[in-house]
Design a protein around this ligand. Sequence first.
Ligand code: IPM
Ligand code: MG
Length: 355
Amino acid sequence: MAYKIAVIPGDGIGKEITDSAVEVLKVADKKFGLGLEFVYHDAGGTAYDKFGTPLPQETIDACKAADGVLFGAVGGDKWDKVEPAKRPEKAILGLRKELGLYANLRPVKVADALIEYSPLKPELVRGADLVIVRELIGGIYFGEKCESEQHNGAERAWDLENYSVPEVERIAKLAFETAKLRRGKVTSVDKSNVLATSRLWRRTVTEVAKAYPEVECNNLYVDNCAMQIAVKPTQFDVIVTGNLFGDILSDEAAVVGGSIGMLPSASIGECTSLYEPIHGSAPDIAGQGIANPIGTILSAAMLLRYSLHEEKAADAIEAAVDTALAEGYRTPDLWKEGFTKVNTSEITKIISERV
Ligand code: IPM
Ligand code: MG
């Protein structure tokens, strides 16, 4: 039986990094006899230019019919003036909603070979290994909004945030289940000293925690959490939080890990899940063949692990990435004196050989 993988390159460096991840997947396919089949579809600004919409129905259907989705990145200054409903970002937001991808897992692990790239002191980041479990289809991202209205003689805009108990329960359970398989600690992050949605969030997570006595659970306000990630990242195991806070904290945590170019993510839903690097489309370097594809390659490994349950192939890809880094190969974003500078296709080949 073949596995069908929908590949959505998107915009900017999206094509280069997904090409690279597919190349590595093909090698793993051969070695482990996985039977992968790839179908390509448009989304983002590229789709808007072709079809007048950032998320064609055909792309949605193909993703729903696939065993897993590998997503590159969307967005770019080129589409800054496009009306809000048709912006490239609507492609990924729409796919998350259409596929019901309620949980975004963003693991941050500081590889020893990359410790020196962290803006934090090595002694602070050594051993840091955390995963952010971000709620992905609710909260202020998807609440009612108003782009512009007159109010008391002034123009204003607004976005509403709402969370229901079942939405919070669902993501909290996933966080506790994730923690059970790791070091058994959940930190729930909110702003319950100010926001009503956060008070419901904290109350609900505390209820869910009762079913997991073996997992330690604590709460942090988001501002304090942002500081704690910078001060002592090793204190965290699983961080569970809402959509907006998770977006912000995961960029911060990513850079603690050295480079945002390295970090994968899995967006998990009831049926098809989607895998994408956490970085953006980097239009400034698009088409030059110098993008770091590792975040996407590691996302492909997560796809093998979580959607196809092909553990061995996933392990092989992750080990190949570690080996390539330990051997001193670096894409330009990470290159320093004493290392071997390689471009996107070279690092892809090096990783493929090690798989
Ligand atoms: C992310 C991105 C997206 C988000 C954008 C592109 C809409 O920043 O996946 O973190 O805010 O969720
Ligand atoms: Mg983000």
